[in-house]
Design a protein around this ligand. Structure first.
Ligand code: 9MG
Length: 273
């Protein structure tokens, strides 16, 4: 299903569906298209607005996968999910061939943690005419957590995203198809992540919908002392803070709980306008 508009009337949840054996929290669970389809149906029933499907783990230190392996993982799942749920699917990839094939098989959005910096990625999205999420990352997944540095994290991330938006527009991607994402956990210390969340509003200067992914991330483990399976309350708190600080889309593993929390946050925001 295509995404009609990026102007979500209330904060939206993007449900995470990793089709990988090694993702940091749900690795291996949804490699089978039937299991993936069931999970997508659950997320749709729970109120997700988008389903994000990815075939390559981007956790720190993750191994790269070949283009063919990525295609073999995601295409059957995109087809199965697209046939089963009436929701736009985003494809979490940085590879132009995967972007093209995913869209041909039913994906409606590109979610690129490299913000279309890879060879041919800008041209692929311009040609596909689909919305794109540009995420900030300092370094590369294998080494990004080795001593990341910023002068001012929110200002530096905003400047990076402004430059990527300008590159996208110059390449022919429509302004109203661009989402921006500060990339929590991608080349950032825990202190950077907290400071970035506190100053998220700065990203509103870009005039684009802001997507935030903090669900289950290690900063929440650091703050709470909880392991990955016990970070739901912290993930919800982070999601609500992000929305109150300007995020419109929250990427989350636990959809139902996040949707409920954002209903409360959204109602409070609407009544304070
Ligand atoms: C794929 N992926 C993992 N974490 C993410 C995040 O925070 N944002 C986006 N857009 N994608 C992510």
């Amino acid at each position: 299903m295509r995404l009609a508009t990026l102007n979500f009337p209330s904060p939206a949840v993007m449900g995470v569906l990793n089709v990988t054996p090694d993702s940091f929290s749900d690795g291996g669970q949804f490699l089978d298209p039937v299991a993936a389809r069931r999970q997508a149906e659950r997320m749709a029933a729970d109120g997700a607005a988008i389903i994000d499907i990815g075939g390559e783990s981007t956790r720190p230190g993750a191994d790269e996968v070949s283009e063919q392996e990525e295609l073999d993982r995601v295409l059957p799942v995109i087809e199965a999910v697209n046939a089963a749920v009436e929701l736009p699917i985003s494809i979490d990839t940085s590879t132009p061939k995967v972007m093209r094939e995913a869209v041909a098989h039913g994906a409606a959005i590109v979610n690129d943690v490299y913000a279309l910096q890879g060879t041919g990625a800008l041209a692929a999205v311009a040609e596909l005419e689909v919305p794109v999420c540009l995420m900030h990352m300092q370094g590369l997944p294998r080494t990004m957590q080795q001593d990341p540095h910023y002068d001012d994290v929110a200002t530096d991330v905003t400047a990076f995203l402004a430059a990527r938006v300008a590159e996208c527009v110059a390449a022919g991607i429509a302004e109203d198809r661009i989402i921006v994402d500060p990339g929590f956990g991608f080349g950032k210390t825990h202190a950077h992540n907290v400071e970035l969340l506190a100053n998220l509003r700065q990203l509103q200067d870009l005039g684009k919908p802001i997507l935030v992914g903090l669900s289950r991330k290690s900063t929440l483990g650091e703050l709470t002392g909880r392991n990955i399976d016990s970070r739901l309350p912290a993930s919800i708190a982070a999601a609500v803070i992000a929305v109150l600080h300007g995020a419109r889309i929250i990427r989350a593993h636990e959809v139902q709980e996040t949707v409920d929390a954002l209903k409360v946050a959204g109602a409070v925001m609407d009544s304070s306008l």
